[in-house]
Structures are given as structure tokens and as C-alpha cells.
Design a protein around this ligand. Structure first.
Ligand SMILES: [Zn+2]
Length: 174
């Protein structure tokens, strides 16, 4: 999860004084102080990474970590939708590559190799209609049930991530 700056943030909370920071970093958290009928609340905003969004859509639960042994009253909710592509842009500060990656991950692979020794997922066939993994001809099929837990599917996800993250990193490094 990435920390987002909540609109109208009233304070910036830093790491506590006894936080070591060598194992797990504690980033500054912008919060919005809000009064409710049940007292004062501090609201922060978090944006899921593309891989986390993908996991959420496949039924993974959210986890809330609270430091200490006294649990304060907490609530998790969904904020407003930022304006964007077709009103579906998940977070305003996502760059174009990150957004494209997310759309690709949501859509899923277009083809699966139907050879029982291969079963690789691909976006398109190789030249001459071959499967890019096993090079067999005519096995790539467009209608299949996605096995999102299979190693072939996770391999496809990893390939998409490296494909969209690499150009972004190259731009960032000049
Ligand atoms: Zn194949």
C-alpha cells in the first residue's frame, strides 16, 4: 500500500521516537483531523499497488496493522473516486505506465497454450501462430478458464509487471 496525501491534510505524522527503522521503514503520514459525534478521528488515505489491487479483486482481504496492545477505535472505508479515464482511474498520482499495467492485469491474458505440457499464458501468438513458450504451432487458444493461482498465470503477471515497470524506471533514471 502506498501512502496518499489526503486532501486538506491538517498534520503530518512522523515515525515515533523509538522506531528503529532498519528493518521496517516508517514513512510520514499526512492525516486529516476530523470531529465526529463519537469524538476526534484522524483519517489517512492509502492506495493499493497494482499487484495488491489484483489480489483484492481475486478476494484477498485488507489487513489493518495497529502498533501496541491498546487497540483504538478504527474504521476502514473507501474514499471518493478521482476524476480520470472513464471515471475509473483508481488513484490520481498513478503514472501512465502504472495505470496501463493495472488495466492489462485486470483484463488478463488473451491466449493460453492448450498443449498439456505447456499451458503458458500469452497476450499474442508468436510469428507463424506459434506458442512463444513451447514454439508449438496452433495450440494457443482464446477461450479458456483462467487459473489465477497457477504458476503459468503468475509467470504471466510477473512478465507484465517487468514489461511496464522497466520503461518507467528507465525514464526515472534518465
Ligand atoms: Zn505452449
Amino acid at each position: 500500500m502506498k501512502i496518499r496525501r489526503i486532501e486538506g491534510a491538517t498534520r503530518m505524522l512522523g515515525a515515533p521516537a523509538d522506531w528503529n527503522g532498519t528493518d521496517v521503514p516508517c514513512d510520514a503520514l499526512p492525516i486529516l483531523d476530523t470531529e465526529t459525534a463519537e469524538g476526534h478521528f484522524m483519517v489517512s488515505e492509502w492506495a493499493p499497488e497494482a499487484t495488491e489491487l489484483n489480489a483484492l479483486q481475486r478476494g484477498a482481504p485488507l489487513r489493518l496493522w495497529v502498533r501496541g496492545t491498546n487497540h483504538p477505535v478504527v474504521a476502514l472505508g473507501v474514499g471518493e473516486t478521482p476524476e480520470g479515464i472513464a471515471g475509473q482511474r483508481p488513484y490520481a498520482e498513478a503514472d501512465a505506465n502504472e495505470l496501463r499495467l493495472e488495466l492489462v492485469l485486470r483484463a488478463g491474458p488473451s491466449y493460453r497454450c492448450e498443449h498439456r505440457e505447456c499451458r503458458a499464458y500469452h497476450d499474442r501468438p508468436d510469428r507463424f501462430d506459434r506458442c512463444p513458450t513451447c514454439m508449438r504451432k496452433g495450440y494457443l487458444c482464446g477461450s479458456f478458464e483462467r487459473e489465477t493461482t497457477s504458476t503459468h498465470y503468475l509467470d504471466w503477471v510477473a512478465r507484465q509487471i517487468s514489461r511496464y515497470r522497466k520503461p518507467a524506471a528507465e525514464v526515472a533514471n534518465g
